[in-house]
Design a protein. Structure first.
Length: 392
């Protein structure tokens, strides 16, 4: 039995967020069994389980807005609250939540409502699985170097895709992919466009599944004369980079939130362990070096949490672009979360690397977060570039 999830006691939140926390607590109570033992089945069945669970609990609507009335929008603070909680309790559920959001975001932000609204609605209700395909086998950090080609289709008025995308989350289980490809002849970011591609489109194939350190459905997908019908362009031709950055601008800071959740879980598990584990005739918690290590885990996590919430608040309330703040939140969240989990493993000793313990699981689950959605070094480049630009 864990303590109820609570709203952070900072000025970044308002009463509406209490309802999010209440919904999270209701979800935790209703999923007690799955949270303790894991959902039934293999990886894909588990992802499907969490998708239905999050849809039923109306939590998915925080990641995927409704396009049917008014201008669709998400509340980033709610996304961060949900992701921290899911990161704490069930990182695979966090993955499912975030991918529905990332895959649908380009559609509701810049897609043709007539084409995209049914997809977005289906994502919110857990009826369609979304994916976002940006990274290529030749390199993921340098988006401007994208090689996948989308050539105007003389026959149908759409595009013909040729190329490959790698490390694509939900690859092989997604119902559709938002694909960033080169439509223009000019090199660099300006020649890219985004396309909505149904998974069943002839010419789209799952080349191979990719297994990584933690459970995560990933695949390399290939396009060979893959004909995408007219009307599937998201945004204008040449706006693919903008579309991708629009998606990342929302979700980047929330990676920090999920990582903070995982780090907090490692901290809580360790606090409990330190007061019961006896060493040299005393509980480990009596050792000053252990107390220092606990402080070194907790303090950067709190700092990261504040950065995450501030970035979200600036976007939600001030309506600001938050490239720098989101980069800081992602950088600090994933680094502090990883450092906390690593310290937990060390304090747990052999148990910390024994299969099946919570800290061992977290150690594997948090590692990719320092790489995807812009590696740590990429976040530093963004922050440094922006700050230096401001000083020029
Ligand atoms: C679990 C997981 C899920 C993913 N899901 C998706 C997805 O759904 N869609 C998608 O499109 N992609 C996805 N990716 C791909 C991910 O975004 C890329 O792995 C990431 O962008 C890094 O690209 P790369 O792996 O090709 O590494 P590279 O681009 O080859 O970079 C290798 C390393 O070089 C360093 N580096 C990079 N740039 C700089 C720099 N400017 N300065 C200094 N050092 C630098 C970093 O340490 C980096 O880790 C996923 C990856 C993982 C691991």
């Amino acid at each position: 039995m864990t303590a109820p999830w609570t709203l952070p006691d900072t000025p970044f939140f308002d009463d509406a967020h209490r309802a999010v926390v209440d919904a999270l607590n209701a979800w935790i109570a209703s999923e007690a069994q799955a949270l303790q033992h894991g959902p039934p089945g293999g990886l894909e069945a588990q992802c499907a389980y969490w998708l239905q669970s999050l849809a039923r609990a109306a939590l998915l609507r925080h990641a995927v807005p409704d396009m049917r009335q008014g201008t669709p929008a998400v509340d980033l603070r709610s996304i961060c609250l949900v992701r921290e909680c899911l990161g704490y309790h069930a990182p695979l559920a966090d993955f499912v939540f975030s991918m529905q959001g990332i895959g649908a975001a380009a559609l509701w932000q810049r897609g043709d409502p007539a084409v995209c609204q049914p997809y977005v609605q289906a994502c919110q209700e857990g009826r369609k699985v979304a994916a976002f395909a940006l990274t290529e086998p030749e390199g993921g950090s340098d988006v401007a170097a994208t090689r996948t080609q989308a050539t105007p289709d003389a026959q149908g008025g759409g595009y013909v895709l040729q190329g490959a995308k790698s490390y694509i989350s939900n690859g092989g289980i997604a119902d559709f992919y938002v694909v960033v490809a080169r439509t223009g002849l000019q090199p660099g970011a300006g020649g890219l466009s985004a396309l909505l591609v149904d998974a069943a489109t002839p010419g789209l194939a799952i080349h191979r599944r990719i297994d990584i350190v933690a459970p995560h459905p990933l695949a390399e997908i290939r396009f060979d004369q893959c004909r995408v019908p007219a009307g599937r362009l998201i945004g204008a031709p040449g706006e693919g980079f903008k579309v991708a950055m629009g998606v990342l601008d929302i979700f980047r800071s929330s990676v920090g939130a999920a990582a903070v959740g995982m780090g907090r879980r490692a901290l809580d598990e360790t606090l409990a362990r330190m007061s019961t584990r006896q060493l040299y005739g005393q509980p480990m918690s009596a050792m000053d070096t252990v107390r220092h290590k606990i402080a070194d885990m907790a303090t950067p996590l709190e700092a990261a949490r504040l950065l995450v919430h501030r970035a979200a608040w600036l976007r939600d309330v001030r309506g600001q672009r938050i490239s720098t703040e989101a980069a800081m939140a992602k950088l600090q969240g994933s680094e502090a979360g990883f450092a906390a989990v690593d310290a937990a493993v060390q304090l747990w000793g052999g148990m910390g690397i024994t299969s099946g313990t919570v800290v061992e699981r977290l150690y594997r689950e948090i590692r990719p977060m320092r790489i995807y959605e812009g590696a740590t070094e990429v976040q530093k480049s963004i922050i440094g570039r922006q700050l230096l630009r401001g000083a020029a």
